[in-house]
Design a protein around this ligand. Structure first.
Ligand code: DGL
Length: 270
């Protein structure tokens, strides 16, 4: 029994932490493509090829269900994977939909027509590839009307986090928030549309100021996965061990992961 969690690097650990707390009986296999991070500045074909390679490795490790804990892969590659690549007995789910369902006050899987919702002005912070895909706006338009979205491509933030340079990451976040607020002075909600960003959630909240509700994915994805596994218990695959895989240097990645999650984590080579 194992569920796979995929990310380009360390960001998916924010999702892994939340799902492991929510579902302590489920073994999770994590795959961080640290040697190819960041994905957010790559072209769609590149993201597709790297994502399918990583997801295949998770299938091989005994996972029948894989969560793309990476907005860039969810935005750029997931639809094509679901249409033409994922085998019939496997599932790959993204992290966008649970977030948008929460933002638009919907129950999981509610596919009724779009309607007016409480939020009117949404600030989206994401990688350059996610922003240019417009996947967030597309998914939102299926569920809500009259919501104004201003997107800020947060160049450099993922690289700084992966390098462990949190001072640079914080400075970049503050300048991206300032840039967003120049375009949309009073957002009522902000979406952290990259799984690396919850590692800097306090900085985003502080820079945005009071009155802005910050939506971050980890707990939303955990709740939605718990609901999904309740409805599809057989999708917990045959793997029985939790495992942390990386395409990068396992020792270096383990040190950073331990620092971020404040518990010891050992990585092995993917
Ligand atoms: N954490 C990922 C995301 O949610 C990937 C960031 C990147 O590799 O650029 O978009």
């Amino acid at each position: 029994m194992a569920v796979g969690i995929f990310d380009s690097g360390l960001g998916g650990l924010t999702v892994l932490d939340a799902v492991a707390k929510r579902l302590p009986e489920v073994p999770f296999v994590y795959y961080g493509d640290n040697s190819h991070t960041p994905y957010g500045t790559r072209d769609p074909q590149d993201v597709y090829e790297l994502t399918t390679a990583g997801v295949q490795r998770l299938f091989d490790a005994g996972c029948d269900l894989v969560i793309l804990a990476c907005n860039t892969a969810s935005a750029v590659a997931l639809r094509k994977m679901q249409e033409s690549w994922v085998p019939k007995d496997k599932r790959v789910l993204g992290v966008f939909v649970p977030l948008i369902e929460a933002l638009t006050e919907r129950q999981w899987g509610d596919n009724s027509p779009p309607r007016e919702v409480a939020v009117k002005h949404v600030a989206l912070f994401a990688t350059p590839a996610t922003v240019s895909s417009r996947a967030f706006q597309r998914e939102l338009a299926f569920r809500a009307i009259g919501v104004d979205v201003e997107a800020q491509a947060c160049g450099g933030v993922v690289d700084a986090i992966e390098d462990g340079d949190m001072i640079l990451a914080e400075a970049l976040v503050r300048s991206h928030v300032e840039a967003l607020l120049r375009k949309m002075p009073s957002p009522d909600a902000a979406v952290l549309g990259c799984t690396h960003y919850p590692l800097l959630e306090e900085v985003f909240s502080d820079a945005l100021g009071p009155g802005v509700t910050v939506f971050s994915q980890a707990n939303l994805v955990a709740a939605s996965l718990a609901d999904y596994l309740g409805r599809h218990p057989a999708m917990v695959g045959p793997g029985s061990e939790s495992l942390y895989l990386t395409t990068g240097d396992p020792r270096r990645v383990a040190n950073k992961a331990t620092q971020f999650l404040r518990r010891k984590i050992d990585f092995t080579a993917a």
